[in-house]
Design a protein around this ligand. Structure first.
Ligand SMILES: [Zn+2]
Length: 161
């Protein structure tokens, strides 16, 4: 029997959405320090689908919100150059789950009132939505039963011809 994939040790965080009613939706991340104090910062925005965060429906702004919350929670940054089949801005580890996260968490959020999603809620959800296994070298997704590194990272036998 295989052990469940261990989740990275994460800080206690709360993601907080604020809507000003005229289409400028903002998200802050409140991180709890070990001494009980808090640091609040804007959520890092990666323009994966949209130039703005949004919620309350299942579109591109909410996809961006889902992507960026999971990226922050898991401390993963998008690939910046093309690796294998992945384009710029992809996070292969969450590529197969962030749309599900959008449907489960972001689309149902209320449009007007402020909202909060906690790191505990996300950690619990990730137990049944495991991350994709990625190559330790290039982060492309691959089947680890075929051995490491991934196909893309194998030495090229034609090199030097
Ligand atoms: Zn690789």
């Amino acid at each position: 029997m295989s052990e469940p994939r261990a989740m990275p040790q994460v800080q206690k965080k709360t993601y907080m959405g604020f809507s000003d009613g005229v289409g400028h939706d903002r998200i802050a991340v409140r991180t709890e320090n070990p001494d009980g104090t808090f640091v609040t910062q804007p959520l890092t925005h990666y323009a994966k689908h949209s130039s703005e965060f949004s919620w309350s429906y299942a579109g591109s702004g909410p996809a961006c919100t889902a992507f960026c919350i999971l990226a922050d929670f898991l401390q993963l940054v998008p690939l910046t150059k093309r690796a294998g089949m992945y384009g710029k801005g992809e996070i292969p580890e969450i590529a197969c789950i962030y749309q599900d996260f959008k449907f489960d968490f972001i689309a149902p959020l209320p449009m007007g009132p402020n909202w909060e999603i906690t790191s505990a809620q996300i950690a619990k959800w990730l137990l049944v939505h495991p991350l994709q296994t990625v190559c330790p070298n290039c982060r492309a997704d691959f089947d680890p039963t075929l051995g490491e590194p991934c196909w893309w990272c194998l030495p090229d036998p034609n090199e030097g011809e």
